[in-house]
Design a protein around this ligand. Structure first.
Ligand code: AMP
Ligand code: MG
Length: 410
């Protein structure tokens, strides 16, 4: 039986940094699997990836036009064009077996290998074709040749292990000739929302009820990080139901995330059951909004208890669970970007806590400026749509108009 923690435990009401550091002391085993590249979206590379090829693999034309010899065109003018004999038309995917000599041109399409003897491409728009002749009206400097290996060299380190794979990386893996790669195996993450008042969207609201939304947000955030969410139906505020659901979740998942029931109310039973039957590593963080999160273990499975307020649960996932997941999986991304912004208004901070106000960041033409737009209640999920960032005001600090502060983009 784990030891119950008392509210004067030293890990109660910790700073954000302390919470992040403490959370790193709980780890879970991480495995890898091989996947075909089309299945790797949002997953994380386990190995450094070296290019199997030079990209491009051969010199090729970057234009539809004519391959020719520059010195043939040196005296070409609008009134006195040079005439060259077209000896071949070369599509992409084919190689010419002819050697180009002075007085001749090969019509060439974008991507086709440069014929031997040619040192320049002139784009089609600058020429006029008459039968099997082409007129050139200006000197064709050695242009429009994409050189072998100018993008990637064979055996060059291109993607580092820990890279979060987006469609761009998938494209690059294909470019380099990889059909499959090893990635981190998805963590199974149970999401349990709690509250008597919650019903799923789609049903009719009875007095006192609201639609449950946190589990949907969390599901998306987990997927974005490449893991596997298991969304449970929400649990009513009953210790027995909660215990049953936590037991079930701990059996089939690597991590449990709950929402609701972690603050000071009479029915905040996630906190209560964790205090009495679970193992709490920390409870309450000096952030506003979102101060009541807890982290610990239930039956040896790590568990984050998020606050129920929709803004808080979203924000705490991003500033606490996202870094933890990236830490335990050695992932470099997706990073939450911090940028400097100039405030267009005063923003009040809090004495003890990091203040996370939702702000709109815009480029005013010369710099990034920020302002609040909606009311900041932590129940107002719409404010997360209208805004695009959070202030990161350190404890005891208010933001003054025209001051530059750190903001976290989301
Ligand atoms: P709690 O943390 O349980 O005290 O909940 C704080 C507030 O968030 C209450 O107004 C709840 O109704 C609301 N809330 C809790 N869980 C959810 C949820 N899953 N979806 C939407 N709102 C929620
Ligand atoms: Mg509740």
């Amino acid at each position: 039986m784990p030891t119950p923690h008392s509210s004067n435990n030293k890990n109660y009401f910790v700073s954000l940094e302390e919470a992040k550091n403490l959370s790193k002391t709980i780890k879970i085993p991480i495995f890898e699997e091989k996947l075909t590249i089309q299945d790797t979206h949002n997953r994380v590379l386990v190995n450094d990836i070296y290019s199997k090829i030079n990209d491009p693999p051969f010199d090729n034309s970057s234009m539809d036009g004519y391959a020719l010899i520059y010195s043939d065109t040196i005296n070409a003018t609008q009134s006195n064009p040079i005439e060259l004999q077209i000896i071949e038309t070369l599509p992409a995917g084919e190689e010419s077996n002819k050697k180009l000599t002075s007085g001749f041109a090969i019509k060439i399409m974008t991507g086709a290998p440069i014929p031997s003897g040619a040192d320049s491409i002139i784009m089609i728009e600058k020429t006029k074709q008459i039968g099997d002749k082409v007129l050139i009206y200006n000197p064709s400097y050695p242009n429009y040749i994409r050189k072998k290996g100018e993008n990637l060299s064979k055996n060059q380190l291109i993607l580092e292990k820990g890279t979060h794979i987006s469609p761009r990386e998938i494209g690059l893996l294909a470019t380099m000739g990889y059909s499959e790669v090893s990635v981190i195996k998805q963590l199974k993450i149970s999401i349990i929302s709690t509250g008597d008042e919650l019903i799923p969207p789609g049903q009719e609201l009875l007095p006192g009820q609201i639609y449950e939304s946190n589990s949907y947000v969390l599901e998306g955030l987990i997927k974005e990080m490449g893991h596997f969410p298991i969304r449970h139906a929400s649990v009513t505020d009953s210790i027995d139901n909660l215990r049953m659901e936590l037991d079930k979740a701990s059996e089939h998942s690597d991590l449990i995330i709950t929402s609701g029931g972690v603050s000071m109310g009479d029915f905040d039973l996630v906190r209560k059951i964790m205090e009495e039957e679970g193992d709490i590593l920390f409870w309450r963080i000096k952030i506003k909004p979102g101060s009541p999160p807890l982290f610990g273990k239930w039956n040896n499975t790590p568990i984050f208890g998020l606050p129920g307020n929709p803004v808080s649960s979203h924000v705490v996932f991003q500033i606490l669970i996202n870094p933890w997941l990236r830490y335990i999986t050695n992932t470099k991304g997706p990073p939450l970007k911090t940028i400097k912004v100039k405030l267009l208004e005063n923003i009040k901070g809090t004495k003890d806590s990091v203040t996370l106000r939702r702000i709109v960041i815009e480029n005013n033409g010369s710099e990034m400026v920020a302002y609040t737009k909606t009311h900041q209640g932590s129940g107002n999920l719409h404010s997360m749509i209208v805004a695009n960032a959070l202030t990161m005001l350190p404890p005891g600090k208010s933001g003054k108009k025209n001051e530059t502060i750190d903001a976290l983009l989301f």
